[in-house]
Design a protein around this ligand. Structure first.
Ligand code: AMP
Length: 184
Protein backbone atom coordinates (compact mmCIF):
# COMPACT_ATOMS: atom_id res chain seq x y z
CA UNK A 1 0.00 0.00 0.00
CA UNK A 2 1.35 3.39 -0.98
CA UNK A 3 1.11 6.28 1.45
CA UNK A 4 3.43 9.14 0.66
CA UNK A 5 3.80 12.76 1.68
CA UNK A 6 5.19 15.01 -1.04
CA UNK A 7 7.11 18.11 -0.05
CA UNK A 8 9.10 20.76 -1.80
CA UNK A 9 9.11 24.48 -2.50
CA UNK A 10 6.47 25.97 -4.77
CA UNK A 11 7.47 25.18 -8.35
CA UNK A 12 9.41 22.05 -7.41
CA UNK A 13 7.15 20.02 -9.68
CA UNK A 14 5.58 18.14 -6.80
CA UNK A 15 2.04 18.45 -8.18
CA UNK A 16 3.06 16.97 -11.53
CA UNK A 17 5.13 14.20 -9.96
CA UNK A 18 2.55 13.36 -7.31
CA UNK A 19 -0.15 13.09 -9.97
CA UNK A 20 1.89 10.82 -12.25
CA UNK A 21 2.95 8.57 -9.41
CA UNK A 22 -0.56 8.32 -8.01
CA UNK A 23 -1.81 7.14 -11.40
CA UNK A 24 0.98 4.55 -11.58
CA UNK A 25 0.29 3.31 -8.07
CA UNK A 26 -3.51 3.43 -8.39
CA UNK A 27 -4.04 5.63 -5.33
CA UNK A 28 -5.68 9.06 -5.08
CA UNK A 29 -3.59 12.19 -5.45
CA UNK A 30 -4.70 14.41 -2.60
CA UNK A 31 -3.68 18.00 -3.26
CA UNK A 32 -4.88 20.49 -0.66
CA UNK A 33 -4.16 23.30 -3.17
CA UNK A 34 -6.51 21.62 -5.71
CA UNK A 35 -9.18 21.09 -3.04
CA UNK A 36 -8.94 24.75 -2.00
CA UNK A 37 -9.03 26.01 -5.61
CA UNK A 38 -12.15 23.93 -6.23
CA UNK A 39 -13.73 25.39 -3.08
CA UNK A 40 -12.88 28.91 -4.28
CA UNK A 41 -14.38 28.19 -7.72
CA UNK A 42 -17.56 26.84 -6.12
CA UNK A 43 -17.75 29.79 -3.74
CA UNK A 44 -18.21 27.59 -0.66
CA UNK A 45 -17.69 29.11 2.75
CA UNK A 46 -14.27 27.43 2.99
CA UNK A 47 -13.43 28.82 -0.46
CA UNK A 48 -14.41 32.34 0.49
CA UNK A 49 -12.26 32.22 3.60
CA UNK A 50 -9.28 30.60 1.86
CA UNK A 51 -9.19 32.82 -1.24
CA UNK A 52 -7.81 35.89 0.49
CA UNK A 53 -4.83 33.97 1.87
CA UNK A 54 -4.16 32.12 -1.36
CA UNK A 55 -4.13 35.24 -3.51
CA UNK A 56 -1.71 36.89 -1.08
CA UNK A 57 0.65 33.89 -1.10
CA UNK A 58 -0.10 33.20 2.58
CA UNK A 59 -0.92 29.86 4.12
CA UNK A 60 -4.56 29.16 4.86
CA UNK A 61 -4.88 28.96 8.68
CA UNK A 62 -4.40 25.54 10.28
CA UNK A 63 -7.87 25.67 11.82
CA UNK A 64 -9.33 25.40 8.30
CA UNK A 65 -6.76 22.91 7.02
CA UNK A 66 -6.93 20.29 9.77
CA UNK A 67 -10.64 19.57 9.32
CA UNK A 68 -10.20 19.53 5.56
CA UNK A 69 -7.50 16.87 5.61
CA UNK A 70 -9.27 14.76 8.21
CA UNK A 71 -12.44 14.67 6.09
CA UNK A 72 -10.53 13.91 2.92
CA UNK A 73 -8.61 11.00 4.48
CA UNK A 74 -11.90 9.66 5.77
CA UNK A 75 -13.29 9.19 2.23
CA UNK A 76 -13.65 5.61 0.93
CA UNK A 77 -11.12 6.07 -1.90
CA UNK A 78 -8.42 7.04 0.61
CA UNK A 79 -8.58 3.76 2.52
CA UNK A 80 -6.31 1.96 0.04
CA UNK A 81 -3.49 4.50 0.07
CA UNK A 82 -2.80 8.03 -1.12
CA UNK A 83 -0.22 10.58 -2.12
CA UNK A 84 -0.47 13.81 -0.16
CA UNK A 85 0.61 16.91 -2.06
CA UNK A 86 0.79 20.23 -0.21
CA UNK A 87 -0.10 18.92 3.23
CA UNK A 88 1.44 19.25 5.78
CA UNK A 89 2.91 22.71 5.31
CA UNK A 90 3.57 23.65 8.95
CA UNK A 91 4.96 21.78 11.94
CA UNK A 92 1.56 21.85 13.72
CA UNK A 93 -0.01 20.32 10.58
CA UNK A 94 2.66 17.60 10.56
CA UNK A 95 2.08 16.84 14.25
CA UNK A 96 -1.66 16.71 13.65
CA UNK A 97 -1.17 14.39 10.69
CA UNK A 98 1.08 12.03 12.67
CA UNK A 99 -1.57 11.80 15.37
CA UNK A 100 -4.41 11.37 12.86
CA UNK A 101 -2.60 8.59 10.94
CA UNK A 102 -1.85 6.89 14.23
CA UNK A 103 -5.53 7.07 15.23
CA UNK A 104 -6.77 5.66 11.92
CA UNK A 105 -3.91 3.12 11.79
CA UNK A 106 -2.61 4.30 8.45
CA UNK A 107 1.16 4.73 8.81
CA UNK A 108 2.76 6.60 5.90
CA UNK A 109 5.78 5.17 4.06
CA UNK A 110 7.89 8.33 3.98
CA UNK A 111 8.00 12.00 3.13
CA UNK A 112 9.52 12.75 -0.26
CA UNK A 113 11.30 16.07 -0.53
CA UNK A 114 11.90 17.47 -4.01
CA UNK A 115 15.04 19.52 -3.69
CA UNK A 116 15.17 22.45 -6.15
CA UNK A 117 17.34 25.57 -6.44
CA UNK A 118 15.85 29.09 -6.27
CA UNK A 119 16.64 29.87 -9.94
CA UNK A 120 14.73 26.83 -11.11
CA UNK A 121 11.81 27.63 -8.82
CA UNK A 122 11.37 31.22 -10.03
CA UNK A 123 11.75 30.26 -13.70
CA UNK A 124 9.17 27.47 -13.42
CA UNK A 125 6.65 29.53 -11.48
CA UNK A 126 6.84 32.47 -13.86
CA UNK A 127 6.14 30.10 -16.75
CA UNK A 128 3.12 28.54 -15.02
CA UNK A 129 1.01 31.73 -15.00
CA UNK A 130 -1.47 30.76 -12.27
CA UNK A 131 -3.50 33.49 -10.55
CA UNK A 132 -1.20 33.42 -7.51
CA UNK A 133 1.95 33.31 -9.66
CA UNK A 134 2.64 37.05 -9.96
CA UNK A 135 6.32 37.75 -9.19
CA UNK A 136 5.90 39.52 -5.84
CA UNK A 137 3.44 36.85 -4.69
CA UNK A 138 5.90 34.15 -5.80
CA UNK A 139 8.65 35.75 -3.71
CA UNK A 140 6.33 35.92 -0.76
CA UNK A 141 5.28 32.27 -1.18
CA UNK A 142 8.96 31.33 -1.17
CA UNK A 143 9.54 33.27 2.08
CA UNK A 144 6.52 31.58 3.63
CA UNK A 145 7.85 28.23 2.45
CA UNK A 146 11.28 28.89 4.00
CA UNK A 147 9.82 29.99 7.33
CA UNK A 148 6.94 27.62 7.80
CA UNK A 149 7.35 24.58 5.56
CA UNK A 150 11.10 23.98 5.23
CA UNK A 151 11.36 23.03 8.94
CA UNK A 152 9.37 19.92 7.99
CA UNK A 153 12.47 18.56 6.27
CA UNK A 154 14.15 18.25 9.68
CA UNK A 155 10.90 17.12 11.26
CA UNK A 156 10.77 14.05 9.01
CA UNK A 157 14.55 13.57 8.79
CA UNK A 158 14.86 13.36 12.56
CA UNK A 159 12.17 10.68 12.53
CA UNK A 160 14.00 8.72 9.80
CA UNK A 161 11.14 9.33 7.44
CA UNK A 162 12.70 11.60 4.81
CA UNK A 163 13.73 10.78 1.27
CA UNK A 164 15.25 13.63 -0.76
CA UNK A 165 15.18 13.69 -4.55
CA UNK A 166 17.01 16.07 -6.85
CA UNK A 167 14.20 18.07 -8.45
CA UNK A 168 16.48 20.14 -10.72
CA UNK A 169 16.41 17.43 -13.38
CA UNK A 170 14.00 16.86 -16.23
CA UNK A 171 10.51 15.72 -15.35
CA UNK A 172 11.33 12.25 -16.70
CA UNK A 173 14.49 11.85 -14.58
CA UNK A 174 12.71 12.97 -11.43
CA UNK A 175 9.93 10.51 -12.20
CA UNK A 176 12.43 7.67 -12.69
CA UNK A 177 14.19 8.48 -9.39
CA UNK A 178 10.90 8.56 -7.58
CA UNK A 179 9.81 5.21 -8.90
CA UNK A 180 13.07 3.65 -7.80
CA UNK A 181 12.54 4.95 -4.28
CA UNK A 182 8.93 3.83 -4.09
CA UNK A 183 9.54 0.35 -5.44
CA UNK A 184 12.58 -0.31 -3.21
P1 AMP B 1 -0.46 24.62 -3.81
O1 AMP B 1 -1.32 24.28 -4.99
O2 AMP B 1 -0.09 23.41 -3.00
O3 AMP B 1 0.73 25.46 -4.19
O4 AMP B 1 -1.36 25.52 -2.83
C1 AMP B 1 -1.85 26.78 -3.25
C2 AMP B 1 -2.19 27.63 -2.05
O5 AMP B 1 -3.19 26.98 -1.25
C3 AMP B 1 -1.04 27.88 -1.08
O6 AMP B 1 -0.23 28.97 -1.48
C4 AMP B 1 -1.78 28.16 0.23
O7 AMP B 1 -2.34 29.46 0.24
C5 AMP B 1 -2.94 27.17 0.14
N1 AMP B 1 -2.61 25.87 0.76
C6 AMP B 1 -2.52 24.64 0.15
N2 AMP B 1 -2.22 23.68 1.02
C7 AMP B 1 -2.12 24.28 2.23
C8 AMP B 1 -1.82 23.83 3.55
N3 AMP B 1 -1.53 22.55 3.80
N4 AMP B 1 -1.81 24.75 4.55
C9 AMP B 1 -2.09 26.03 4.33
N5 AMP B 1 -2.36 26.54 3.10
C10 AMP B 1 -2.38 25.67 2.07
Amino acid sequence: MTRLIFMGPPGAGKGTQAKMLSEDMGVPHISTGDILRAAVAEGTSLGQKAEVYMNAGELVPDELMLGLIRERLDQPDAQQGWILDGFPRTVPQAEFLNQLLDDIKQPFDFAVNLDVTDEVIIARLLKRGRQDDDESVIRHRLDVYRQQTEPLIDFYRSRQRLVSINGNQTMESVQANLKQVVVD
